[in-house]
Design a protein around this ligand. Sequence first.
Ligand code: RET
Length: 263
Amino acid sequence: MTAIKNPMTRLGVASSAVLLALGGEAFAASELKSDDFVGISFWLISMALIASTAFFFLETQRVAGKWKTSLTVSGLVTLIAAVHYFYMRDVWVATGSTPTVYRYIDWLITVPLLMVEFYLILSAITKVPVGVFWRLMIGTLVMLVAGYVGEAGYVGVWPAFIVGMIGWAYILYEIFLGEAGKINASQAPASVQSAFNLMRLIVTFGWAIYPVGYFFGYLTGGDPASSMKALNVIYNLADVLNKIAFGVIIWSVAVSETDKTAK
Ligand SMILES: *C/C=C(C)/C=C/C=C(C)/C=C/C1=C(C)CCCC1(C)C
């Protein structure tokens, strides 16, 4: 075997191998039934997350220096999510119950990382006050802590939902009307502005899928078993968009910006 010299290639190969081992290890735990569509979605997404992780890490070699960190962060998001999906998948397939704790531990790490991406994209171009970063973090924490205490049954599902919505609204305010939005509008080049706009669309419409999932899971007063199926399938689809597609957007901007400056 030839030695792999590039450290990023090694990182990509090593992390993919670890993920494969973890994914395989969970396999024997319980059998996936052919009509368990929620379980099937957990499986499909686990695999897509592994592949995305390898892809983002490997592609860091191909882009200009200032984009490498963003792509690495995208890979970390899908890596962390992949590991959590293995556990969530097992909980669901074995017990049919909602893996709330694993879900929120995942979100608690990956959502702040996604917020870091915003900051990185802007910082690649201009000096961004660190206050922008902390305000996005505060909004994120309020949103997620409220969602967790609601779903885990510590407080009523409605008050938790409302507080969570306020946290999200605050993030939207910051990226559209607050300082982050203003920096983008006044200083960023066209390609970065379009990436920033796409990311804003993701945080507006992509993230809106999560409260919809919460609504169908807890707020309709419907049959608990079908509510839990709806909740998990909606959260799973939302993760494909917000973790994988979000990374692909950053990747495509990074590649086109790199090719432009190379010419
Ligand atoms: C990778 C995971 C992501 C991007 C998760 C995002 C989660 C949200 C945007 C959750 C939002 C919620 C509300 C806006 C209201 C309260 C309930 C939540 C936590 C589901």
